[in-house]
Design a binder for this molecule. Structure first.
Ligand SMILES: Cc1cc2nc3c(=O)[nH]c(=O)nc-3n(C[C@H](O)[C@H](O)[C@H](O)COP(=O)(O)OP(=O)(O)OC[C@H]3O[C@@H](n4cnc5c(N)ncnc54)[C@H](O)[C@@H]3O)c2cc1C
Length: 391
């Protein structure tokens, strides 16, 4: 007979490793099941860096979660001894009415977040690598920066293990079911069958298959990250003086990028925020093509003329989008007593990883959370979830 657990966590990427850490730290007997190895490159939590920011243009409702995530990243760094987050400042650049600028300003004002508004001349003076158009402005915030996805996942797995969680890698979940009468869940893998009181599902880009029963029309998008060696060297791009940035052009196209965070040879990373192509985890094209590199270099050069000096490398990654690009974090509507899900992070979830772990631990252990997660209710996206339609 396989041992029984309090909670099984399906998927040990960004969100699942956070859940395993928070659950185990609260004393739950946790089993984590992951299809691939620890800290792998085949999901959504790799590529060296993720932007973190607080004046959130997407919606002010995210701000309390961002403030909590900020505290929990600091605690994670302290407890694991790993450098998981760096605040180098950040600029949201665009026309004053753009979503990037106006949305960020709305969040900053709603929550009274420290920020500065810079006109084009001031942007150029403060950040000489940036060359905005005369009618562009920026919201600058000192409490923006970057988090390290691989270090974060490794830190969370390390702490989960130290708190007694059993973490099984290379062991995919093939099927799960909620047991009748509130008796928990049964989870199947090629190696074994496990039972637990609770299941927490953090499937990333595998959500369309693993959570078909939710009835949410997820779309999985191939995204590319690019690293360039700036013309004239990386010194002006050093994180001590260079912010992270998101820039929206007049046509609404957003790019984002980072300082040169890996020293003189690492280059600086830049990417289109959206503009991906549809894919599945099975058929994603992992090759980055020359025309893609050219298009990225041309767009980046409009704001940062020296950035695309020499192309260094590129890598693909997947977004798991919901139709409105807001997350799904909830008790499973068809199994509200036993199953919790976190998915559909729509390309902006990593900065929330530790607070999502805290929320998932709340939901799995007590059935509720004090954090504001109303925006993430899947009911907004689907009139009627398919009862029992789960795999
Ligand atoms: C290019 C790119 C740039 C991004 N930039 C930012 C950014 O700047 N800021 C930001 O906040 N966010 C950003 N994001 C988004 C953020 O990285 C994601 O929202 C986050 O990583 C999602 O974490 P996850 O745990 O849902 O997915 P993942 O980390 O992919 O984890 C899902 C895990 O489930 C496992 N799994 C799947 N099926 C099974 C199964 N059957 N059995 C066992 N295990 C299974 C997978 O192997 C995987 O490890 C970016 C994403 C990409 C791709």
């Amino acid at each position: 007979m396989s041992p029984s657990y309090d909670v099984i966590v399906l998927g040990l990427g960004g969100m699942g490793s956070a859940a395993a850490h928070h659950l185990a730290a609260r004393g739950a007997r946790v089993l984590g099941l992951e299809k691939f190895g620890p800290v792998h490159q085949r999901g959504s939590s790799h590529g060296g860096s993720r932007i973190t920011r607080q004046s959130y243009f997407e919606d002010p409702a995210y701000v309390p979660l961002l403030l909590r995530a900020h505290e929990l990243y600091a605690r994670l760094a302290r407890d694991s001894g790993r450098r998981v987050a760096t605040l180098c400042g950040g600029v949201m650049v665009g026309r004053p009415g753009s979503r990037t600028v106006a949305g960020a300003l709305r969040s900053a004002r709603t929550w009274d977040l420290p920020h500065e508004m810079l006109d084009a001349k001031e942007i150029r003076r403060r950040f000489p690598t940036l060359a905005p158009a005369a009618d562009e402005v920026a919201l600058y915030e000192a409490r923006a920066g970057f988090v390290r996805p691989e270090h974060t996942v490794a830190a969370q797995l390390q702490l989960a293990g130290q708190s007694g969680a059993a973490l099984h890698f290379q062991e995919p979940v093939t099927r799960w079911e909620a047991l009748p009468g509130g008796r928990g869940v049964r989870v199947h893998t090629p190696d074994d069958t496990y039972t637990a009181g609770q299941l927490v599902i953090c499937p990333g880009a595998w959500a369309p298959r693993l959570l078909a029963g939710l009835g949410v029309p997820f779309t999985i998008e191939r995204q590319v990250m690019y690293w360039f060696a700036p013309a004239g060297g990386t010194a002006p791009y050093a994180p001590e003086q260079h912010p992270v940035y998101i820039w929206e052009d007049a046509a609404g196209v957003q790019i984002y990028g980072f300082p040169a965070i890996d020293g003189p040879d690492g280059g600086a990373k830049v990417a289109f925020f959206r503009k991906g192509t549809l894919c599945t985890p099975e058929n994603i094209d992992r090759t980055v093509h020359e025309d893609e590199v050219r298009a990225m270099a041309a767009q980046a050069a409009r704001l940062l003329p020296t950035l695309p000096g020499r192309f260094l490398s590129a890598a693909t990654c997947m977004y798991s989008n919901t139709p409105d690009e807001h997350f799904v974090i909830t008790r499973h509507p068809a199994h509200p007593d036993a199953v919790t899900v976190a998915c559909g992070f729509s390309g902006h979830g990593f900065k929330f990883v530790p607070v999502v772990g805290e929320i998932l631990a709340d939901l799995a252990l007590t059935g509720e959370t004090g954090h504001p997660i109303e925006l993430f209710d899947p009911g907004r996206l689907t009139a009627a979830p398919v009862p029992g339609g789960v795999r």
